[in-house]
Design a binder for this molecule. Structure first.
Ligand code: THU
Length: 135
């Protein structure tokens, strides 16, 4: 980890829209050339159309010109309905997208505070990833 992003993540949590679950998530995506992209979860009244914070950040990165394979780090902080900061791991769908957009070479940092940070490689979180080479 090149930098601790707790302060930025905590501020970003307030932008999440999670009226149904009360579970706010903030994510920052860091690319190989040092660009930083933000994402929050945005829930929908039609529940499945909700977007997770991690995928929102990656989609923003692609929109801004990030190329496939450039994701290097994903930093995540969540806050539950009781307003407690929670160490959250990315959901299965987000693991798939992180694997594809990092060339299966990203590290995911899950924060509970400025000092309690768990880190896992994407290959730990999603072993034997389907990366599309067979398509
Ligand atoms: N959520 C994320 O934003 N990222 C994850 O990796 C886990 C789940 C969101 C989706 C939904 O708005 C809320 O957390 C509860 O599942």
């Amino acid at each position: 980890m090149h930098k601790n992003y707790f302060t930025e993540l905590k501020k970003l949590l307030d932008n999440a829209q999670a009226p149904y679950s009360g579970f706010n998530v903030a994510a920052l995506v860091i690319t190989g050339n040092g660009n930083i992209y933000k994402g929050v979860n945005v829930e929908s009244a039609a529940y499945p159309t909700t977007i997770c914070a991690e995928r929102n950040a990656i989609q923003t990165a692609v929109t801004e010109g990030m190329k496939k394979g450039e994701v290097k780090e994903v930093h995540i902080l969540a806050r539950n309905a009781a307003k407690t900061l929670i160490k959250a791991q990315p959901c299965g769908g987000c693991r798939q997208v992180i694997a594809e957009q990092s060339g299966n070479d990203a590290v995911v940092y899950s924060y509970a505070s400025a000092t309690e940070i768990e880190q896992h490689s994407i290959t730990e979180l999603l072993p034997f990833a389907f990366l599309g080479a067979e398509l």
